[in-house]
Design a protein around this ligand. Structure first.
Ligand SMILES: Cc1cc2nc3c(=O)[nH]c(=O)nc-3n(C[C@H](O)[C@H](O)[C@H](O)COP(=O)(O)O)c2cc1C
Length: 267
């Protein structure tokens, strides 16, 4: 998924820290809007806009920049850093602009940032050392959640199984064939057989005969290394509480996970 994050962080660099954390999670380009960059957005699947909250709304330069963009059909997330404890309606003005420009808001994030303006001068600033490690961690989680939400196979587990191939369930999504029972799904049509998943999976879930197949999904521990490294977003892991429980039980009451881990059939 190709992502880009536009930000303005003119006061203390607070929003930049958050933007960097999100950009790491999404492998997104990070672009300051200070010099009104001219970037063609048609290639991007996900766009982020963030700044400080200045006078109860996003930075005015960011608002103006977004007003000049064509965002029709684009997935967009909005973020900010602010002084006050509660976000309230601070995102509303930017949200309205994005909606007017045809964008679809898929998530919002805000956290506190250091402020030494107005009354806070008396105590040498408020929200000292914010954003902190916890804020950056939350920003990262937020970005990862969005990426997962927009994965092309997000709804595959809800689709009916159309047939079985060698005991593995198969679903047809239009012309694509997706293989997997309940945990690990692989779009065999978009898979380019690079075998990265086979080599990176610590549990040896995948196998290769004439094509890559998720043959041992019950041993998946949801580390998501395969999906995160798949160049064509062809792998989806159905992360759920129940799957978490299943893994915990399997680890506690059998040695199946250990055996799978040690099997080492990676190429
Ligand atoms: C001109 C100005 C106006 C601000 N107005 C608000 C505000 O209305 N509400 C709020 O919670 N914080 C307000 N703040 C605090 C900033 O939102 C906060 O410090 C933010 O983290 C700065 O981010 P930056 O370093 O990325 O620019 C204001 C700060 C400045 C400098």
């Amino acid at each position: 998924m190709k992502s880009i994050i536009f930000y303005r962080s003119s006061y203390k660099g607070n929003t930049l820290k958050i933007a960097q954390s999100m950009s790491d999670a999404l492998s997104a380009e990070l672009v300051p809007i200070d010099n009104a960059p001219q970037i063609c957005l048609s290639d991007y699947d996900l766009i982020g806009f963030g700044s400080a909250i200045n006078f109860a709304a996003h930075d005015i330069q960011l608002q103006r920049y977004v007003s000049g963009l064509n965002l029709k059909g684009k997935n967009i997330f909005v973020f900010s850093t602010r002084c006050r404890p509660f976000l309230g309606a601070y995102h509303k003005p930017l949200r309205k602009i994005i909606e007017r420009k045809g964008g679809k808001i898929v998530g919002e994030f805000s956290c506190r940032g250091f402020d030494r303006t107005g009354p806070w001068v008396v105590m040498d600033g408020y929200n000292k050392s914010r954003p902190d490690e916890r804020d950056l961690f939350k920003a990262r989680l937020f970005a990862e959640k969005i990426r997962w939400k927009l994965h092309p196979l997000t709804d595959v587990r809800k689709m009916p199984v159309t047939e079985y191939s060698g005991g593995i369930a198969l679903r047809r999504i239009e012309s694509d064939i997706v293989i997997g029972n309940k945990v690990v799904f692989l779009n065999t049509t978009t898979c380019v057989h690079c075998k990265k998943c086979i080599n990176i999976c610590p549990m040896h879930i995948f196998d290769y005969e004439s094509k890559v197949l998720p043959v041992n999904e019950n041993n998946c521990i949801q580390c998501r290394l395969c999906a995160d490294n798949c160049p064509t977003s062809s792998i989806y892991i159905n992360e759920s509480f129940m799957n978490g429980l299943r893994i915990a039980f399997r680890e506690s009451f059998s040695d199946k996970l250990q055996i799978s881990y040690k099997s080492g059939n990676a190429e």
